[in-house]
Structure formats: structure tokens, C-alpha cells
Design a protein around this ligand. Sequence first.
Ligand code: 0GY
Length: 304
Amino acid sequence: MEFTKTPGWLDWYANPSMPRFRVPEGSVDAHCHVFGPGAVFPFAPERKYTPCDASAAQLFALRDRLGFARNVVVQATCHGADNRALVAACVASGGRARGVATVRRSVADAELDALHAAGVRGVRFNFVKRLVDFTPKDELMEIAGRIAQRGWHVVIYFEAVDLPELIDFFTALPTTVVVDHMGRPDVGQPVDGPQFELFVKFLRDHPNVWSKVSCPERLSLTGPRALDGERHAYRDVVPFARRLVETFPDRVLWGTDWPHPNLKDHMPDDGLLVDFIPHIAPTAELQRKLLVDNPMRLYWPEEN
Ligand code: 0GY
């Protein structure tokens, strides 16, 4: 099937620079996606955007170039609850990728079994209104109860302004809960202002809640400018991510977010994104927890 990209779509960066920061051996890119290819794995009719293709082979090439060992592939909304592209990527990785799927209430136990066999270890609940239509909370809670029995976790994606109304639902989830992109704070507000304090309190009060300290390129107001030739982009996001890494060193994950859906003003250089890591995790121990120990504990517990 032929698909036409959403007008203004930015394609992923074909030749990212080599990062200066060398990630520790065994590092996991714990948030990335595959898109299609649309001719093989069609995009879902209910999607809100149509991306460029971004195949598993292209993802694995990026993994190798940046020095990562493994990936966690998160189901993108353009594929709805059709997890075939995700499953194919996990299978093709030879055990070096795990998956986070999207499922509906109607999903059969046998399908959950098949997803588990392929490497899926979580489901994603998305509350970002431009990406998905509303799913009733009782449906999500029912799914959470079923996947909890398998030892899976829930990944949640929402905007910071929506946390106050969603927090009761989140704290009632019976699994480990992983928040995408720090709950998308407004980094124009102070790192110790009320909005981010609520997010920090959410993690402090609930030891089952983790956060991805990813996507500075989505959150930054200052942008990718590297000052004085230094490879230090997205500086305004650093205090937010660093606060989480230093306060909750055992509950943070990092990912590239390749192929970076829905960016409007620029496409990040994935090499620069890797060079962001030592600014938010300044010691070797914090880097190892962020990139190796934490994702391994969550996604490959059998290897710990
Ligand atoms: C991300 C962010 C976005 C998109 C999706 O599944 C998706 O379509 O997650 C976004 O547009 O903010 O994490 O990839």
C-alpha cells in the first residue's frame, strides 16, 4: 500500500554525527520506534499522522553506530493496536530488542502470549490528545490488570498540564509505571516550580513509577544550538532531566526516540542526543544505571 506523508513531515537524520560520549558497554536505547515500512506493515486507519518509513534494519544500524547494544521498541500511534511491525523488529533483533505494545480490551490471551514470546514486556497508554482518541479509563485499567499478571508494565504518555487530572488513575495502576519524556514539562517554568514539583512528588510518593529522561529535542525552547562549537544542545532541558537522574537513579531510562515522530522545527542529530547524556548523568555510576542496569532490570530481568 502507498502512503503519503503528513505535509511538513520531517524525516529522520540519515547520517548522524558520531557522539563524543561513549556509552557504557551493554547500553539500551529504551525508547525508539519503527514505522512500517508502510508497504509491508500498513499504517493504521485511525492514525493521526502518516510518517516516513523507518525500518527495523535502519534502527539496528543506528544502534550500532551510536554504540548501543539493545533497543526497546515502543509501539507508535501511527500503527494503532496493530503490533506486527513492532513484533517483527523484536524477532529480527535476535533477542536484542524488547517491545512495548498497544492493545485493546478485546485482545485475546493467546495474542498476549504471542506478544510475550516475541519480546513484548509492556503496554503503552497514551493521553496526548493530538496522537490518539480517548480510551475509557475502565478499559485501560482492565488491560493493566491482565498484563500485570504477566509481569509486564505500563508506559504512560501525557502532557504536564494534564497530570493533575490523571494522577489518581496513574497511582491506581497495579504495575510498574514508566512515564515517557518526564511527563513533558514546560521547561520555560522553573525546575523547582509547581508543575515539575508535582511530577517529582509523583515519583517520590510512588516507588513503582519510573521516568524516561528522553526527548530534550521535543521539550527545549532554546533548541539544538551547540554553543562555541561544544556538543551541548538543548541546555534548558538539562536541569529537569538531571534532577530526576540524581534523585531517582534507579528508576530512570533513556532513549533516542528515533525516528522522532511529529517534530516541526528541526530533526535532531542522534549523535548530539547521545552527547546530552553526560550532562544529565554526570558520573559513570549514574550513566551505568541509566543506560544499562535499569533497562536490563525492567526488560531483561532473566539476564540480571
Ligand atoms: C514519541 C512521541 C510522539 C509520538 C508518539 O506513538 C507516537 O506516535 O509517541 C509525539 O508525537 O510526541 O515518544 O515518539
